[in-house]
Design a protein around this ligand. Structure first.
Ligand code: NIG
Ligand code: FE
Length: 420
């Protein structure tokens, strides 16, 4: 066993989320292992050596001569949050549009008027790579302060193949320079650019013949996503895009049943998508398909909240059926300008009826599996990346209770203290 270069000791509550490999399904409630007076030891390479009771860890793990010891008395220590769904690279914002939405304008109507996502696409396509790295980097800093140590980032605000490839380069630069682990997703089919409005098939042709092959060749994106929605990309478009992506080695993900039921959830099952995201409008038979395919449901209560969506995803029913549930911020300038996972945990408990324990599982280990990183992050287990959040409260249960607060005292990413 290597010597510890960092030790966090005497945590009031050490929530390891250790358990069997694979996303947690079924009765999630029992899945949260809590160790009173817990400790975690980290090696010089930034990996977890051991997590357990403080006395055991101190007895079994040698300490390097210059080891740093953090006393977490009175504080809860959790794995860093994993955000499996963001659109974090964009220029501008949509604060004025937000007011229009509040006054009753429909989110999808904005698209038909060339606003909404299309507005952000114009600004983002015009911005240079440098500016986008800076802007997204600032967003990632805010996420870090809120405890997010792993983040999935989608492209999607590029008008052309070249713009989308630029966004992939931004993702690669963020991955190389930020404290967080970054996972990239190609979302070339996010909105149909105005010039293809009358012939969306032609746009889908471009995505399938040029954007997906060129993007896949860069080796930056791991996933291929599509916004399958009434008036945006049809079920047939989505199928073609996800199958093309799969052919080029990109794992399918899908924005499904967000505003209407279009068959996206069943398509997710059909193409073997790792996740189906949103799912406000799913029906029982869609859930059966997701259950059978082992697709993870990524719920995004921030978007439903900001868009004042009346219909919410049947989270309790999903858990009852044994569908693994993950939570994400969906951070983007339109439907969810929310970067805080603790806020999302609060919404998931109050709006979707998850227990605090279920929400924590959904925002850590299940979110990690939702981006194919379940073996590296999402729990405190030997060999995993030492991503830790020390709260300034004694239990994770306070996260949804003190709704809206960040409650983060210290953040450790890859064994390094990055927020204090
Ligand atoms: O997940 N629904 C599509 N995409 C994003 C919104 C992006 C935007 O409004 O800019 C979402 O909600
Ligand atoms: Fe999204």
């Amino acid at each position: 066993m290597p010597a510890a270069s960092l030790l966090v000791v005497h945590a009031a509550e050490l929530v390891t989320l250790a358990g069997p490999s694979g996303p947690r399904a079924g009765a999630l409630q029992g899945n949260v292992q809590v160790i009173d007076d817990g400790a975690v030891a980290v090696d010089a390479a930034g990996s977890i050596i051991m997590a357990g009771p403080t006395t055991t860890v101190l007895r079994q793990v040698d300490r390097a001569p210059d080891a740093l010891v953090l006393d977490a008395r009175g504080r809860a220590v959790l794995p860093g949050f994993v955000d499996p769904h963001t659109h974090a690279i964009f220029a501008g914002d949509r604060v004025r549009e937000f007011e229009a939405l509040l006054s009753g304008v429909d989110y999808l109507d904005l698209l038909t008027r060339g606003c909404g996502i299309l507005h952000t696409m114009r600004l983002t396509s015009a911005a240079d790579e440098e500016e986008l790295v800076d802007r997204a980097g600032a967003a990632l800093d805010r996420m870090l302060v809120a405890g997010t140590t792993t983040v999935e980032i989608k492209t999607g605000y590029g008008n052309t193949t070249a713009d989308e490839l630029k966004l992939l380069r931004v993702i690669a630069r963020l991955a190389a320079t930020r404290p967080q682990a970054v996972v990239g997703t190609l979302l070339a089919a996010h909105a149909v650019p105005l010039e293809y409005r009358d012939d969306p098939d032609r746009y889908v042709d471009i995505v399938c013949r040029s954007t997906i092959p060129e993007a896949a060749a860069m080796g930056i994106a791991r996933f291929c996503d599509v916004f399958c929605e009434a008036g945006v990309f049809s079920l047939d478009h989505a199928r073609r895009i996800l199958l093309t992506g799969r052919q080029y080695g990109l794992i399918p993900k899908i924005h499904a049943e967000q505003r209407h039921r279009t068959g996206g959830a069943r398509l997710a099952a059909e193409v073997g998508a790792l996740t189906a995201d949103h799912l406000e409008h799913v029906e029982e038979e869609d859930l059966a398909a997701l259950r059978a395919s082992g697709t993870i449901a990524v719920l995004l209560p921030g978007a439903a909240f900001m868009l004042r969506e009346k219909r919410l995803p049947p989270a309790r029913r999903m858990i009852e059926l044994g569908i693994p549930v993950a939570l994400g911020t969906d951070f983007n300038p339109g439907s969810s300008p929310i970067w805080s996972v603790p806020v999302i945990i609060g919404l998931a408990c109050v709006q979707l009826g998850l227990t605090p324990a279920e929400a924590l599982v959904a925002a850590t280990i299940n979110a990690a599996y939702a981006i194919g990183a379940g073996a590296q992050v999402g729990s405190m287990e030997p060999g995993k990346r030492a991503d830790l959040v020390i709260l300034d409260v004694p239990s994770y249960r306070y996260i949804p209770y003190y709704f809206g607060a960040t409650l983060v005292d210290t953040v450790i990413a890859g064994g390094k203290i990055v927020v204090r």
